[in-house]
Design a protein around this ligand. Structure first.
Ligand code: SIN
Length: 275
């Protein structure tokens, strides 16, 4: 099947038009989507109406689904779906995670030894304003990085800590089970890596989780990371998504970071996420 696509904002994200993700996709369409995702790292599908099973089945075309360490955010219907929401159940308990606050630039699961390749978010309910999500292109940022910074990060390992990530969360999201704690000791990842399919190099970053650079003292490591973050998140590398109900956005965690703007706590926002 021929796939119609368009670049969004003349950047790196691409919208795929005309697909009904609740229907089975033929093999050539799936191959085409995998190839598009390898080259674009953020794909947008609008006007979708998906059950949790359909969202999970579509996501699983790109790799086995994972259940993230925050099992309390999992859907009771399809546990591979995580609920990202400020909504509460009848007893006043959050139905999911990440509330209504700002989320700084991060990459999902960077605190794990083997972070998941990608994720997808499906918009079910949205606030009238705020809550927009942006992605930054870390392959583009690597290409644009001044040679001096490239030399400084090449071959270096960043230290990624879930303890730092948790400190940035709101309220109950800061509390984790002893099982989740056991699964999330600090880990090291190369700050520059290579996409296995395209051979493109990219930075690998997460501003909410990196605490230093292996082999550098704290002050020098932090100073270098600050410089890299302020370069990599320049507006020319960023795609900002204005959500509409029914949007599915999928992204590659190894080639992007994302951030979310805060929204009115009294407004309702419900997103469903696969990993
Ligand atoms: C996330 O970081 O996975 C959630 C982003 C969002 O709520 O828009």
């Amino acid at each position: 099947m021929f796939l119609e696509t368009r670049l969004l904002d003349d950047g790196f994200a691409r919208e795929v038009l005309g697909l009904r993700l609740w229907e089975p996709l033929d093999d050539s369409t799936v191959d085409h989507l995998r190839d598009l995702w390898a080259h674009h790292s953020v794909l947008v599908f609008r006007r979708q109406v998906l059950s949790e099973r359909e969202l999970a089945d579509f996501s699983a075309l790109f790799g086995p689904l994972e259940r993230v360490v925050r099992t309390e955010w999992a859907s009771h219907v399809v546990p591979e779906i995580g609920l990202i929401s400020n909504l509460k159940d009848g007893q006043g308990n959050p139905i999911g995670g990440l509330g209504d606050g700002e989320l700084q630039w991060h990459s999902d699961q960077s605190y794990m030894m083997n972070p998941a390749t990608g994720a997808a978010l499906y918009a079910v309910e949205l606030p009238p304003e705020g809550g927009t999500t942006s992605w930054v292109d870390l392959a583009g940022a690597y290409v644009g990085l001044p040679d001096r910074l490239k030399r400084l990060v090449e071959g270096r390992l960043g230290v990624f800590s879930y303890v730092k990530r948790l400190a940035g969360y709101q309220g109950v999201d800061r509390v984790i089970s002893s099982e989740a704690k056991r699964k999330t000791p600090p880990v090291l990842h190369p700050l520059v890596h290579t996409h296995p399919a395209t051979g493109r190099k990219a930075l690998y970053l997460d501003s909410t989780t990196t605490v230093g650079i292996e082999g550098m003292d704290d002050a020098s490591g932090s100073a270098l990371l600050d410089e890299i973050y302020s370069f990599a998140t320049r507006p020319e590398f960023v795609y900002r998504h204005d959500w509409q109900v029914g949007d599915v956005v999928m992204w590659d965690n190894g080639l992007t970071m994302h951030r979310r703007e805060p929204f009115d706590p009294a407004a309702r926002r419900l997103m469903k996420r696969t990993t």
